[in-house]
Design a protein around this ligand. Sequence first.
Ligand SMILES: Cc1cc2nc3c(=O)[nH]c(=O)nc-3n(C[C@H](O)[C@H](O)[C@H](O)COP(=O)(O)OP(=O)(O)OC[C@H]3O[C@@H](n4cnc5c(N)ncnc54)[C@H](O)[C@@H]3O)c2cc1C
Length: 440
Amino acid sequence: MTFIKKKTYEQHDNEEGSFYKNSVKPFEFSERLENNLDIDLCVIGGGLTGISSALNLAKEGYSVALCEARTLGWGASGRNGGQLGIGMRKDQFFIEKKLGFEHAKELWNLGLEAVSETTKLISKYNIQCALQKGVIHAGFSKRNMDDFHFEIDHMHKHYNYDGYKFFNKYEIKEEINSDIYNSGLLNNDNYHLNPLKLLLGLANELVKLKVRIYENTPVTKILKDRDGVKVYSEFKIIKAKKVIVCCNGYLDKLLGNIRNKFMPINNYVIATEPLGEEKAREIIKNNYAVSDTRFIIDYYRFSEDWRLLFGGGETFTSRFTHNSMKFVQQRMYRVFPMLKKYKIDYSWGGTLAITVNRLPSFGTLMEEKIIYAHAYSGHGLALSTLAGKLIAEKISGKSERFNFFKKIKHLSIPGGDIMRRPIYASAIIYYKIKDFFSLN
Ligand SMILES: Cc1cc2nc3c(=O)[nH]c(=O)nc-3n(C[C@H](O)[C@H](O)[C@H](O)COP(=O)(O)OP(=O)(O)OC[C@H]3O[C@@H](n4cnc5c(N)ncnc54)[C@H](O)[C@@H]3O)c2cc1C
């Protein structure tokens, strides 16, 4: 079986515009792949899925090499909204209807573990990534009030979970200084943080565990070998017993048709100039992160130096938009008109992968010599970190928890290579219109 990556998908190099990129020192421990290598395990992709896989596997005693096409954290993991959320992208009620209660409950427990695993790593390795407690789901339409009450009730009854706090119209205005919300749901088990600082903190642990890290080393194909796989980079070949593919929205054709099980979409973020703590707390009183209830969501939070990082707006063409600042600004001013007088210092975007049912896609190929995990559908900060732990469990012979994800069935996005983006775009227009009418 041969998988050939013909061209790298969306190699957008706009990270100079990223607040995160400018908040960290470059990673200094990358090597050059100058000779062919023989190793236990090869990880492809230097995002959180890849780094967490490498970390957990190296801790188990395996020799590990990690290849990243650009630099560590170059993908979604170093560009995202920084919201570290429990659960999955969809609520439990939705998941129960799709998969049945027992399976939904297994996923709920894993979703809780994803956040606790991440915060444990942060404290174990003393990673300074500006961890803050609390994320509010802000209700855009009046109907959200009932949805929130239903969720509180449902989670209490069926999961014995009481981590939510409801805000009515007046209370949500106290928390978030905007006139556009009708209600809100705070979850105090969710956090927000600087994701690139988290990622590089974990990467430093890889160095201590002697993981070989090769940046600027795109993998071009994976071939089956007698007792393992051969991983071809542009430079040399890595022979490994297994390969862990963690390329997410940038996967392209490296795993053949697997790419049809998700849609890569682009999402954009801006960062204001620093507003100072006092002004910031006039906007979000308790420094929570926020995401709203629309289909194309707005999400935002304050950074460690009190900039508002505001994300929103998606494009789904194969071309990455380089002038996204304007349309994200417009979304931000709609929520916070008083921010018009502040400068925008950074504007960037990234690619994420979403599945039809918005649940992650885990799997194996080539008689389990290839293992992959991706497509957390915009909810991957915690889940990608957990994925690495589950992949290590699987490779060490304990497949059960990996299989909770693997057994989720995913529909292919219809339309093949040519038509799937237009088809997806048409569906999005429908939801954009719905968003518009829930606001107006
Ligand atoms: C703008 C934005 C906002 C988001 N906000 C949030 C949020 O607030 N909370 C949340 O939970 N999730 C959020 N997400 C989603 C989250 O960031 C992702 O789910 C998660 O980071 C996925 O991690 P990953 O390691 O699987 O993929 P990535 O971080 O995308 O890493 C994949 C890596 O693989 C590399 N790669 C690809 N092909 C090859 C190859 N052939 N050879 C070598 N390397 C290769 C890429 O260069 C890339 O670095 C957001 C995503 C975006 C884009």
